[in-house]
Design a protein around this ligand. Structure first.
Ligand code: SDX
Length: 426
């Protein structure tokens, strides 16, 4: 029996259908409410489902994250980033033949057009890598605009392959530009994470020399970041894409949204915060600042809109961090000591417990990336690289099915209608 809810508007009982979820919360379908002369009101979308989706499921109370039904812990342990990209895009894990073909498709698309590389000439060496990556992703639209036909499955697949293939190259080139070194071309003999590390830390003309521990840890970090249902940047991709714009432009919009310190920029902000705290003796002072309503300071890497007990990705990331710190001989990194003490103190205080503020993925990813020798300004670029498959999967899911342009309404609190007055009468 289909469920429904009733509300009374001006004495009239209005029925609204309840749509049943495969997992998690059901939804009240309020699409008919406009006919009753009412909007819903939900700034920040705390109680709003913006779409239906089959890609990722999050249970925030129980710390569950599933990509196409597979638990993140199992994928992080057993899979690879490109296999997860295939899973997100196609809905099923690949056979060996399908995976080999997908890897081949990605490898052949990793090199950037020589002329296109000049996009980086427009930036100074101290430009933030995220500004370069944002611009380069939008610039990819110039390379693939003629064929633009979002209704064509072949075009959609090519756009997905191009973005997943080129984001490591673009990201590494942004890094090389920021340190004034020559670009290093992708090497198809390397796997995805190895190739990124080679393009960042290798030297032109030299053979690759990549630590298996670091490349495995980085591949795991990419898996952990691959998707997260309707987060702010993915919702931005969907909203931009709903205008039927070029997919590269929609993804560039999502990249810009990710950059904010409340979202993907938090991993960089965590390290800046730990460096500012500097020593365990100053932790209490900063924890008090975070609790002070009159102080804008927040504990970066803490809290989450959905996870209210723990972020399962942070748990995986924490174990990964220890392996990397061990290999890098950084287990006694003072920043790690500050982080561990900060987490302990925060977890014991009512302010954080009452508000269910726990470390999220960004709290430990920053420490791991720093231990891997990744420069702090590159942290959000790596989040962008990891999240690329999720963004393009959600874009594909939307445009491959009937969709409407996203056009929210508002609660208007402004002036009533009034007549223009000439300046001499004001
Ligand atoms: C990501 O959505 C996703 O899925 C995102 C992400 C993904 O994979 O795409 O998981 C990636 O963005 C993780 C989050 C990274 N951001 C940070 O670590 C920045 C620090 N965290 C906060 O900015 C905040 O916790 C958010 C943005 C993450 C969540 O904000 P909400 O859900 O809007 O919660 P809120 O701001 O309403 O906070 C509720 C209360 C408030 O206090 P009261 O007004 O109730 O007294 O908790 C307080 C807030 O002041 N609070 C914090 C805090 N986070 C929330 N206080 C101190 N430090 C913090 N970090």
């Amino acid at each position: 029996m289909a469920q429904k809810v009733e509300i009374v508007i001006d004495g009239k009982t209005v029925e609204m259908p309840v749509l049943e979820a495969a997992e998690g919360l059901n939804v009240i379908d309020v699409r008919g409410l406009i006919k009753e002369g009412m909007f819903t009101f939900d700034p920040g979308f705390l109680s709003t489902a913006s779409c239906d989706s089959r890609v990722t499921y999050i249970d925030g109370d129980n710390g569950i994250l599933l990509y196409r039904g597979y638990p993140i812990e199992q994928l992080a342990e057993n899979s690879s980033h490109l296999e997860v990209c295939y899973l997100l895009l196609n809905g099923e894990l690949p056979t060996q033949a399908q995976l080999d073909a997908f890897i081949g498709d990605i490898n052949e698309r990793m090199p950037l057009d020589d002329h296109f590389k000049h996009i980086f000439d427009g930036f100074t060496e101290n430009s933030h890598p995220m500004s370069m990556v944002c611009a380069a992703i939008a610039g990819l639209a110039s390379l693939f605009h003629e064929q633009l036909d979002i209704s064509d499955a072949g075009y959609r697949k090519e756009a997905a392959l191009q973005l997943i293939a080129k984001i490591p190259t673009i990201s590494a080139m942004a890094y090389k530009k920021s340190i004034g070194e020559d670009f290093v071309e992708p090497d198809p003999s390397l796997n995805y994470a190895e190739n990124f590390l080679h393009m960042c830390f290798g030297k032109r003309g030299e053979a690759p020399n990549i630590s298996p521990t670091l490349s495995k840890a980085l591949d795991k970090i990419f898996i952990l970041h691959a998707d997260h249902e309707q987060n702010a940047s993915t919702s931005t991709v969907r909203m931009a894409g709903s205008t039927e714009c070029n997919p590269f432009a929609a993804i560039a919009a999502g990249t810009a949204a990710l950059w904010g310190p409340s979202h993907g920029g938090a991993n960089e902000a965590v390290l800046d915060m730990l460096l500012e705290i500097g020593d365990v003796s100053k932790i209490e002072e900063y924890v008090e600042k975070a609790k002070d309503k009159d102080d804008p300071f927040k504990l970066m890497g803490f809290g989450h809109r959905v996870y209210k007990n723990f972020d399962p990705r942070a748990t995986v990331m924490q174990s990964s961090a220890h392996a990397v710190l061990e290999e890098q001989g950084a287990s006694n990194d003072p920043l790690l000591e500050v982080a561990q003490n900060l987490e302990k103190i925060a977890r014991e205080q009512d302010y954080f417990i009452d508000r269910k503020l726990y470390p999220n993925i960004d709290f430990y990813s920053g420490i791991t990336l720093k231990a891997m020798g990744i420069p702090i300004p590159m942290f959000t670029v790596l989040f962008t690289l990891g999240r690329m498959p999720g963004w393009i999967t959600h874009w594909t899911e939307m445009v491959a099915n009937p969709f409407k342009i996203a056009r929210p309404r508002q609660l208007y609190l402004g002036e009533h209608k009034r007549d223009y007055t000439n300046i001499e009468n004001r």
